[in-house]
Design a protein around this ligand. Structure first.
Ligand SMILES: [Zn+2]
Length: 412
């Protein structure tokens, strides 16, 4: 047991921990076991984990958790994999990494190594996170480090795209975990130079306009879904957005119609609204709905005045296709102070960033959470050319371990 001394200022506490024999031994193992971490990373990445198809990779991870001596290893009904390192007390420090990728099931997973570099889809996002989680679990066991608060390791599903954070959402909707996780450290991708402490919220919609359609000549004057949609975009895109809190919108996909001489039966678009403030996202959603209503009304009125043969009106539907809550860590949050002290101790420079990660869920519930990288460096995320470089992995691992132990030691 590394004895806790809560009278020490945080920076001294971190320095004392970092120079303890147990931590020195752990840091040495991070260096010595790099080949093993690389192997895990490549193995994990070779098991396909498309959105909504993470079961095989989850089973692989559960086996590693058991091998590393984690207890109570379980896969929940969403597919999230849990393993525990016991401590004292009922509140947990969570270390999580998403196991899903953006790549469809048929994507060839040609994962290869050249020197310190690994190549292949998903190797960094989130092969680096999975490898970091296993490295930390492994070293805690082999260096026999005890800690006050227990740790829960989570390989969660559904972070990417249409997964819409469903894995993490499920963890924090589960009575066992909702109130038990005091701190969440999310490892996503490579690097050691960022701390995501602000959750970028987003809400996504498919807007569909439907009518009866008709012939461009003989039914002229019938309401036209494409024109109504275009009017909606025209009005909505003039909605003012503040610089602070940063708020954005995008119309990313537009579809509709069948041929040049047909009045379309339907038209649709996909809209992405983002902000660090939920209130701004709500306001944009209201503006979108109002613009749609206005455009449909105008198109229907124009058709009525034209006195078309077909008495018809347009219908519209707004379907939510994504919803990631916003939130942020309070400036005086313990987790933010701890990661800053750890970075100072490791002489690491990191910037606080805002992004959409698994940390959105705990942050939106007012819990302390950050997302950081698994060390090393990487690039080409979400492409087949993705790569990860193992150089500097050690720094990322030290950072995660020291953060978790500092959080865990200052128990209840
Ligand atoms: Zn990721």
């Amino acid at each position: 047991m590394v004895a806790s001394n809560s009278y020490l200022p945080l920076q001294e506490e971190v320095a004392r921990l970092a120079s303890s024999p147990q931590l020195r031994a752990a840091f040495e193992r991070f260096r010595a076991q790099e080949a093993q971490f690389t192997l895990w990373q490549m193995e994990a990445t070779r098991v396909a984990a498309p959105p909504f198809g993470e079961a095989a990779r989850g089973a692989w991870l559960a086996d590693r958790f058991r091998e590393l001596g984690l207890i109570d290893v379980q896969v929940d009904e969403a597919g999230n994999v849990f393993g525990i390192r016991p401590g004292f007390g009922s509140r947990f420090v969570a270390l999580s990494a998403h196991i899903d990728t953006v790549f469809p099931a048929a994507t060839p997973l040609n994962i290869r190594q050249q020197g310190s570099r690994l190549y292949g889809p998903g190797v960094s996002d989130n092969g680096a996170g999975i490898a970091a989680m296993l490295a930390v679990a492994s070293v805690l066991g082999s260096a026999r480090i005890a800690h006050t608060l227990p740790f829960v390791f989570i390989g969660n599903v559904g972070e990417e795209g249409e997964g819409d954070l469903r894995g993490m959402r499920h963890v924090f909707a589960t009575p066992r975990w909702r109130d038990a996780i005091a701190y969440s450290v999310v490892v996503d991708g490579a690097g050691s130079d960022t701390v995501v402490a602000e959750a970028l919220g987003s809400r996504r919609f498919e807007v569909i306009v439907r009518g009866l359609g008709g012939h461009s000549w003989s039914d002229f004057g019938a309401p036209n879904p494409i024109i109504a949609l275009a009017r909606t975009i025209e009005v909505f895109s003039q909605t003012p957005v503040p610089v602070t809190p940063k708020t954005t919108f995008n119309v990313g996909v537009i579809r509709g119609g069948t041929s040049v001489n047909s009045i379309p039966e339907s038209a649709s678009m996909r809209v992405d609204l983002r902000s660090t403030s939920m209130a701004e996202i709500d306001r944009l959603e209201r503006a979108l709905r109002a613009a749609l209503e206005q455009a449909i009304g105008a198109e229907n009125r124009a058709a009525a005045q034209h006195g078309t043969r077909k008495a018809q009106v347009l219908q519209s539907e707004v379907v939510e296709i994504g919803n990631r809550p916003a939130g942020e860590l309070a400036p005086n949050a313990r987790l933010l102070q701890v990661i800053r002290a750890v970075d100072a101790q490791l002489r690491n420079t990191a910037q606080v960033q805002r992004a959409s990660t698994d940390a959105n869920i705990p942050l939106s519930l007012g819990r302390e959470a950050i997302a950081i990288g698994g060390g090393g460096s990487g690039g080409g995320a979400h492409t087949l050319q993705e790569w990860f470089d193992c150089n500097g992995r050690e720094l990322g691992l030290k950072r995660i371990l020291l953060t978790m132990l500092t959080l865990a030691e200052i128990g209840e």
